[in-house]
Design a binder for this molecule. Structure first.
Ligand code: NDP
Length: 239
């Protein structure tokens, strides 16, 4: 079944992993989707634009191009692009700190700033920021990543206070451990340990994250803003 209100949406980092699942799910729900990827290559029959979230000019150009592709301003943004550069803090380089914060946190802010221009004119919009259970739960070796993901909660709640009166919602989705390239490289013993502490007893599927994002873009979520929606099999309960 398709959603009754189609919202042109840009999904950053939508060429693979969780972003691709979100883009495909939203397309199947009837939303005009454009995928942003650094290479600009289109995956799975979805239109794509070149987008580097660490570069304001690239963000601006990507939105302009996406608007041309769908013939309308973006009514929704899924700020999904993210990287990890894990290391114990005492060994973490400035470059590892800067690049993770610049991509995951500042990149999402850059995209939200560009997206809200047309949303304000339309007095309608949906922004979804891809955080992580790690942002509020913490994780050794991920001080830079956890800080970037926790920061997104402040972004969503501040934007909700700034723009909530204009029918623009901003929410955070906080996945736990999901089967993607990002988790594939974890050592097998660590994966077994994680599965042991996740109440669901397994890693999540990308489709399970995409379903939460689809809900947040739907008319059913019109009164949900500033929320952190966990998709983590119960790992982060209460955090
Ligand atoms: P992947 O590593 O599979 O994909 C990351 C995506 O981000 C890629 O599309 C990548 O593009 C894009 N990206 C990275 N840097 C930039 C940049 N500077 N500009 C534009 N795009 C960029 O990650 P996942 O699919 O696993 O994760 C997606 C999001 O979900 C991330 O924000 C991640 O932190 C979050 N998350 C993931 C979890 C997991 O278990 N997998 C758990 C919790 C949260 P490119 O192909 O060009 O590199």
């Amino acid at each position: 079944m398709t959603d009754p209100t189609p919202r042109p949406v840009l999904v950053t980092g939508g060429n693979r992993g969780i972003g691709l699942a979100i883009a495909s799910t939203l397309r199947d729900a009837g939303h005009p989707v454009v995928v942003g990827s650094r290479s600009g290559e289109a995956p799975d029959g979805l239109p794509a634009v070149a987008l580097d979230v660490t570069d304001t000019a690239s963000v601006d150009a990507a939105f302009t191009e996406a608007e041309k592709i769908v013939g309308a301003p973006m009514g929704a943004l899924v700020a999904n692009a993210g990287i990890t550069k894990d290391q114990l803090l005492m060994r973490m380089s400035d470059a590892d700190i800067d690049s993770v914060l610049d991509t995951n946190l500042v990149g999402a802010i850059r995209c939200a700033r560009r997206a809200t221009k047309s949303m304000l004119r339309a007095k309608s919009g949906r922004i979804v920021l891809m955080s992580s259970v790690v942002g509020l739960y913490g994780s050794p070796g991920q001080v830079n990543y956890a800080a970037s993901k926790a920061g997104l909660v402040g972004v969503a709640r501040s934007l909700t206070r700034e723009l909530g009166g204009r029918r623009i919602t901003t929410n955070v989705v906080a996945p736990g451990y999901i089967d993607t390239a990002m988790t594939e490289d974890l050592p097998e013993d660590l994966k077994t340990t994680y599965r042991g502490i996740i109440p669901a007893g397994r890693f999540g599927e990308v489709s399970e994250v995409a379903a939460a994002v689809r809900f947040l873009l739907s008319d059913d979520a019109s009164y949900v803003s500033g929320a952190v929606i966990p998709v983590d099999g119960g790992l982060g309960m209460g955090h």
